[in-house]
Design a binder for this molecule. Structure first.
Ligand code: XMP
Length: 512
């Protein structure tokens, strides 16, 4: 069995990013809530433990504390931010409010003789987010890093293999963060680099088999995107044709998407596929609705309604599967310590009224690029695994304001041109997500000798690693010019093309 790193979650938004960095080092990791018993941790026989960050303050009465016995297991422990502060107080040091709250990038100076910082440059930018800091080191500890305002930004007791960092090595902004995590899991914990995405697939398939049992059946909604396709591949490998897939065309799909889904799923999987055109119902329900959250909620609810009816027709099915991935969990506020930014309709939990006995979400810990890799491991065709992410509500949240078929058609047709030109220019490999938005704005133009008063279409194209932060893609002007010309010429009703040059944050990737 592969050596495991256990990550105890104290509610940080970045806990799964720690797990991802450990996976990137080809080491298996498991995230557990901080409150698990010592026996549950022991049962995994971990090679090391990471205590995550979290929003609380260790000096509060009700601050989250893990079983203190973790420090007597005889394995290396790395505390990150709150995790380091907890380590400090439990082992006899103290934590005090910082004179100055540190949030964002800070220059950190490292003692590179520490095993944790071995091979690092002695100084680099790291991402900080804290209002408290270690004031007194516990006995046996040494200070190993500092910033101008945080004298103890790192600490260690090398004899016991206890390490702490006040900054977040797991976020991409921390320049040497990956090296720090690698030093911990590979050198300090001694894990071999033997974990692959195929191991994730094997484990997930086994877990699905166990959850579904010998005779159980599963209903899965296919969205046309990568996530649900990868879930379909995983479940069909686990239970074959006891998987029932339902593809609901809500009327907000990209151009030719319904056909592609049918083609790929009839060719590659021995699953039952019901493909439904439910667009009329969705448009009816959305009549007069302009608020983005309302639109999302209505589409989510209608989805469930369509599913419910289809499930009834299919006969009682036991389990419900979803392609929820980690950024969906975080942005929907479903993870502890996070706030709701948008309600993603696919993170609503188990729709109880459908009577399913469990919810299967095998991709919950993964990030988008990991899902693609998993899809490749499972043998999905590239046209499926390389598809850019597409939100559940589809073009409905890229068509601002009230939804009408003619408005959504402008979004769809302009989007198809954008995709075609990005593919021709090979930009689809470099840009993480790109689409057009119908801004619902009309402006004056001249077409031939005629005055026009038509719609402005915006281009949104971003580069991102994990979809939690993003930069706008720098697209060559010539390609932008070509796309703009084509959209205005080929999509009647559009007379202006705009480019969105906003990063996330502060903007989100989608416009609604
Ligand atoms: P935002 O707009 O929140 O998008 O910056 C981050 C990523 O999530 C996708 N997204 C969704 N995916 N259901 C989904 O499955 C949704 O409701 C949804 N809303 C946004 C978005 O396309 C981007 O990749």
């Amino acid at each position: 069995m592969a050596k495991t790193i256990v990550i105890l979650d104290f509610g940080s938004q970045f806990t799964q990013l720690i797990a991802r960095r450990v996976r990137q080092a080809h080491v298996f990791s498991q995230v557990l809530p901080y409150s698990v018993s010592l026996n549950q941790i022991r049962a995994l026989n971990p090679a090391g433990l990471i205590l995550s960050g979290g929003p609380s303050n260790v000096n509060l009465q009700d601050a989250p504390v893990c079983d203190k016995g973790v420090f007597a297991l005889g394995i290396p422990v790395l505390g990150v931010c709150y995790g380091m502060q907890l380590m400090s107080t439990v082992l006899g040091g103290s934590v005090q409010p910082a004179k100055k709250r540190e949030y964002g990038m800070s220059r950190v100076r490292f003692d590179v003789s520490s095993r944790l910082f071995s091979g690092l440059k002695p100084e680099s930018g790291c991402w900080m987010s804290h209002a408290h800091q270690v004031a007194e080191l516990p006995q046996g500890f040494q200070n190993t890093a500092s910033t101008d305002t945080c004298p103890v930004a790192g600490m260690e007791d090398a004899a016991r293999n206890f390490y702490g960092v006040q900054f977040h090595p797991e976020v991409t902004h921390s320049q040497q963060g990956v090296d720090i995590i690698k030093n911990f899991v590979l050198n300090i914990c001694g894990c071999p680099e033997d974990w692959q995405m195929s191991s994730f697939a094997e484990t997930a398939i086994e877990e699905i088999k166990e959850a579904v049992g010998e005779k159980g059946t599963v209903l899965l909604g296919l969205s046309g995107g990568v996530d649900s396709a990868v879930v379909a591949a995983l479940i069909s490998k686990a239970i074959g044709d006891r998987l029932y897939c339902v593809f609901v065309d809500h009327g907000f799909m990209r151009k030719n998407e319904p056909q592609l889904v049918k083609e790929v799923f009839s060719a590659h999987f021995p699953v039952h596929l019901s493909a439904l055109d439910a667009s009329e119902r969705f448009y009816q329900k959305l009549k007069g609705v302009t608020d983005p959250e309302q639109k999302r909620k209505i589409i989510g609810a209608e989805f469930i309604a369509v599913f419910r009816e289809e499930a009834m027709k299919l006969g009682a099915l036991d389990h419900f599967a979803q392609g929820t991935i980690y950024p969906d969990v975080i942005e929907s506020g479903a993870a502890p310590g996070s706030v709701t930014i948008k309600s993603h309709h696919n993170v609503g939990g188990l729709p109880k009224e459908l009577g399913f006995t469990s919810l299967i979400e095998p991709l919950r810990p993964l990030f988008k690029d990991e899902v693609r890799e998993l899809g490749r491991v499972l043998g999905l065709p590239a046209k499926m695994t390389d598809r850019q992410p597409f939100p559940g509500p589809g073009l409905a949240i890229r068509t601002l304001g009230e939804l009408t078929k003619p408005k959504v058609d402008l979004t769809r047709e302009s989007d198809a041109i954008l995709i075609e030109e990005f593919e021709k220019a090979d930009l689809n490999k470099q840009v993480s997500q790109f689409f057009t938005v119908n801004t619902d704005l009309r402006s004056v133009g001249v077409m031939g000798d005629e005055r026009s008063y038509d719609t402005a279409i915006a281009i949104r194209a971003v580069t991102t690693d994990d979809f939690m932060t993003a930069d706008w893609a720098r697209i060559p002007y010539d390609i932008l010019a070509l796309i703009s010309r084509r959209i205005v010429n080929e999509v009647p009703g559009v007379n202006r093309v705009l480019l969105d040059v906003t990063t996330k944050p502060p903007a989100s990737i989608e416009w609604e």
